[in-house]
Design a protein around this ligand. Structure first.
Ligand code: HEC
Ligand code: HEC
Length: 299
């Protein structure tokens, strides 16, 4: 596929590339005094403190090198993609090179993972070598969102507690990492007024024992059961099939403040855990699942 939006650019690049070589050769031609070996070097007439400047012909070795480099340049342009969208004779592309290097890298990893073959996620979690490997994978691939200690940050869940949006069984964590997850709460401003959102927020805060207004919370409860319970459950304990969080504990994706809860109700929220199946190998994903599971299950 060409990187150019029109063939004009391809010609433009070709002209610059070939023109560059032509310019170099022209420059050499204008300095061709090397051809006239017998010519005496001109005295330029410049003299400083007894040092005279001469205009000697360019040495032959230098000329040969110069012409040689022009030839090498033309050779490279012929073999590799250099002249606009011309792919070159050897069929090189940087994407292909990256693919090959990745394949070679994955091949070189095989022995590292081979010794863990056939072990379950629980067994891997208990294995010190596997844990170290998992930790390195985590630091390289997951820490940017979940933190290097896996404790998360606002909107990125803590993976070291035993509170799970999508379930904490080994196979559920494995599924989360492999396929990714998308937690979606639609905005409810169309069905809940600002005042009602405030009442519901008081009720939600009361579920986890946070301060709330005792007259507004019961009004919020009625509305909660009508609008929110479908996902968060009648008791507010959440639903792992939908990734709907438990609202009765003290673990919050963002914040437990009344303002944030009202905003969540009116504007909704969404959290995306990116799928890793196209980035990491199955062995790496299993190692990571074991590492994450171990964070809250290893003694
Ligand atoms: C781009 C940011 C990002 C990266 C990178 C990322 N995650 Fe996540 N992850 C999230 C978000 C956001 C969620 C919460 C999804 C939701 O709201 O439902 C999440 C959720 C999870 C969960 C589910 C937590 C629960 O409570 O059920 C696990 C397990 C997890 N991530 C593990 C990993 C691992 C292992 C990696 C590295 C391979 C990783 N994540 C990389 C953003 C990220
Ligand atoms: C369609 C299902 C659905 C409905 C209906 C719904 N929610 Fe949610 N809610 C979710 C999901 C899924 C998340 C997690 C979003 C994410 O991963 O970012 C969430 C997140 C939240 C959070 C953030 C929790 C935390 O730990 O920080 C609060 C608070 C919340 N919902 C309250 C409510 C209230 C109150 C209602 C009713 C007015 C409601 N939700 C209705 C699915 C729903």
């Amino acid at each position: 596929m060409s990187d150019f939006i029109s063939s004009g650019w391809s010609y433009w690049v070709t002209i610059i590339a070939l023109g560059g070589v032509a310019f170099c050769l022209w420059l050499l031609f204008t300095q061709r005094s090397f051809l006239k070996k017998d010519v005496e070097a001109d005295n330029t007439g410049h003299e400083w403190d007894g040092i005279t400047e001469y205009n000697y012909p360019v040495p032959t070795w230098w000329t040969v090198m110069y012409v040689g480099l022009c030839a090498v340049g033309l050779g490279i342009m012929f073999l590799y993609p250099a002249l606009g969208s011309n792919p070159g004779q050897v069929g090189y592309t940087s994407a292909k090179q990256a693919e090959e290097e990745k394949a070679a890298y994955l091949e070189s990893l095989k022995p590292v993972y081979a010794k863990f073959d056939g072990q379950t996620i629980e067994q891997l979690a208990a294995n010190e070598d596997a844990r170290k490997l998992g930790e390195r994978l985590f630091l390289n691939n997951c820490a940017q969102c979940h933190g290097s200690d896996a404790k998360g940050s606002p909107n990125f869940p803590n993976l070291t507690d035993s509170d799970w949006l999508w379930g904490g069984k080994p196979e559920q964590i494995h599924q989360t990492i492999t396929e990714g997850r998308h937690g979606m709460m639609a905005p409810l401003a169309a069905v809940v007024s600002n005042e009602e959102a405030n009442q519901i927020a008081h009720y939600v805060r009361s579920l986890s024992g946070l301060s709330s207004d005792p007259t507004l919370a019961p009004l919020g409860q009625v509305k909660f059961q009508a609008v929110c319970a479908a996902c968060h459950g009648m008791d507010g304990k959440g639903n792992q099939l939908l990734g709907a969080p438990n609202l009765t504990d003290d673990v919050w994706l963002n914040s437990s403040s009344r303002e944030v809860i009202v905003k969540t109700i009116l504007e909704g929220r969404s959290g995306i855990m990116p799928a890793q199946k196209n980035t990491l190998t199955p062995e790496q994903i299993k190692m990571l699942a074991a590492y994450v599971w171990g964070l809250s299950n290893n003694k």
